[in-house]
Design a protein around this ligand. Structure first.
Ligand code: NAD
Length: 359
């Protein structure tokens, strides 16, 4: 069978660092294994447009493996052409680059390596909050520019202690963010999710569930987005939502770029209504050179804490999601059941509760 693997190219870094498993060079450590089993394996980073390797090979691939870091966007149109496709595996967490409703129509299974990088992302969320709230980036840029002006950076620097911090989505990542925030003595920790936490998990964190997103928007100094991208979260953080937030809000989004409206964020930062926006996810990846989030700034030239999509692809995370991807493929090849926690859609329906409230 044909296995199509879409990964980012790691170039020299991947040659020097073999632990960069999620690259076309190191092939998730799966290439030799699959070849020995007699399968045809295509590994490529060429994923855009009708002439791409992705579109060329998807027509007769049985298994597609992609990562959220360099997503092969499997649209409904492409899925119609993928007559042999049975399994899509996300090497990582977050399968929104696959049209899940179309996968259900064609009874294609979509699975991801749940939990594989949630600690990696939760740590990044904490770091990004601190970078924004403490106005770290301009303070650092000043130093490498051989300058010294304490007042210029202190004028926008605050402590996380005493602030109200809330997460939209309290699944694996959102929950870990709240756990990690506890020692910072925030004024309040809030979470909004349509899914409740198990009673013991809710008790273990000193955080309050709010009933509505509007309440979270109105009360928070810092908002972090930790829910998947699906029909009802696409563009959720738009101009209307931002109006409901406090002036000077900091927003951290490591979930998916398209949950936040790109111009509403850039405009909100420019006007000062948003004091800072940071994260690593973009509404299309790789982000185009002219994406407004690359060089958006607040009135003092600060407030931008964007990076390329890397929070969930630390070397530790890569080891976990490469192993998990191999396990999912091995299960499929040997007719073994998948770990239910990894299954997003199967047999024509959503197996997870996390991609929107459905009947
Ligand atoms: P999870 O499934 O454990 O939790 C997601 C939670 O979001 C669920 O509890 C779900 O009920 C909730 N949710 C869904 N829609 C919601 C809505 N409209 N409002 C409030 N809550 C909602 O997933 P997770 O492991 O915590 O990951 C969350 C997302 O983070 C992933 O889907 C992915 O998009 C993103 N992610 C990013 C990276 C990265 O490298 N930046 C890595 C891993 C995951």
């Amino acid at each position: 069978m044909k296995v199509l693997i879409i990964l980012y190219s790691g170039g020299q870094a991947a040659q020097e660092q073999p632990k960069l498993l999620g690259t076309t060079e190191n092939k998730l450590g799966m290439y030799d294994w699959l070849k020995k089993l007699g399968h045809e394996v295509i590994v490529t980073d060429d994923k855009e447009g009708p002439g791409s390797e992705f579109q060329k090979h998807i027509v007769d691939a049985e298994i597609l493996i992609t990562t959220p870091f360099h997503p092969g966007y499997l649209t409904a149109d492409l899925m119609d052409k993928a007559k042999k496709l049975k399994l899509c595996v996300t090497a990582g967490v977050g399968s929104d680059h696959i049209d899940l409703n179309a996968a259900n129509k064609h009874k294609i299974t979509v699975a991801e390596v749940s939990g594989s990088n949630v600690v990696s992302v939760a740590e990044q969320v904490l770091m990004t909050m601190l970078v924004l709230v403490r106005n770290y980036t301009p303070a650092h840029e000043q130093i490498v520019a051989h300058k010294w002006n304490v007042a210029q950076v202190a004028r926008d620097a605050y402590d996380l202690e005493g602030k109200v911090v809330g997460t939209i989505g309290c699944g694996r990542i959102g929950y870990r963010v709240l756990q990690r925030l506890e020692p910072f003595n925030c004024k309040e920790l809030l979470w909004f999710d349509y899914t409740d936490l198990p009673a013991d998990a809710a008790k273990a964190i000193k955080a309050t569930r709010v009933a509505t997103l509007d309440e979270l928007y109105a009360r928070c100094d810092v908002i972090t987005v930790n829910c998947p991208l699906h029909e009802s979260t696409r563009g959720m953080v738009n101009a209307d939502a931002i109006k409901k937030m406090k002036k000077g809000v900091w927003i951290v989004n490591t979930a998916r770029g398209a949950i936040c409206d790109r111009m509403a964020i850039a405009d909100g930062l420019k006007s000062g209504h948003i004091a800072g926006y940071g994260g690593d996810v973009w509404d299309v990846q790789p982000a185009p050179a002219d994406h407004p989030w690359r060089d958006m700034r607040g009135p003092q030239g600060n407030g931008n804490a964007m990076t390329a999509h890397y929070s969930g692809t630390t070397l530790d995370a890569q080891e976990r999601y490469a192993a998990g991807t191999k396990e999912i493929v091995d299960n499929y090849l040997n007719g073994k059941p998948q770990n239910p926690a990894n299954v997003i859609v199967a047999d024509g329906q959503y197996a997870t509760h996390a991609y929107g409230q459905r009947k």
